[in-house]
Design a protein around this ligand. Sequence first.
Ligand SMILES: O=C(O)CCC(=O)C(=O)O
Ligand SMILES: [Fe+2]
Length: 202
Amino acid sequence: MDGESLDLRGVRLWPGLLDQPAQEAMVADLRAVVRAAPLIRPETRRGQKMSVRMTSAGAFGWVSDRRGYRYEPRHPSGTDWPPIPASIRAVWDRVSGSGRAPESCLVNFYDADARMGMHQDRDEADMDAPVVSISLGDEALFRIGNIERGGRTESVRLRSGDVIVMGGAARLIHHGIDRIYPGTSTLLEGPGRINVTLRVVT
Ligand SMILES: O=C(O)CCC(=O)C(=O)O
Ligand SMILES: [Fe+2]
């Protein structure tokens, strides 16, 4: 494997796996995804708006609304999710170690004030496949907890081009984004962070 990776409680971090041209190409591909499947600010079952805006590519997209959260084969507008861009699929092929193809590519957009509370990624049927997560744009404080709720946590700053793999014993580890650091990257036009998460769903 190219480059050095770090082990954080079983979560693998590949700092700077994507160089600047690769990041720029990915952002261009993501703009096309967002044109086909516009970002939405999901609601929780309780009717609270999430701070992150989201869309998806691939066979399934992750959606949340008053009916709860789930994977859906179509954007809420009724159109199919666009295909997962090859530039993003290539990252899965490099780091996932999985024989399966990703079925869902969740695109999270964080503006300067957005965050994501501690949670597990557990809406997928196949927990043998890892979750691969790509950071683009402004830096973010990523908090890693434990498989069980609560307990001690540790935090790491994710930078543009970093890739995380949550697999094996760490597949169900709790994690979240405490904050974004606006103005720490010039990749996007203006402040913000994009996180791209690849998952096998079925
Ligand atoms: O933004 C991130 O780095 C993490 C996103 C995440 O955990 C998720 O979408 O499930
Ligand atoms: Fe997650």
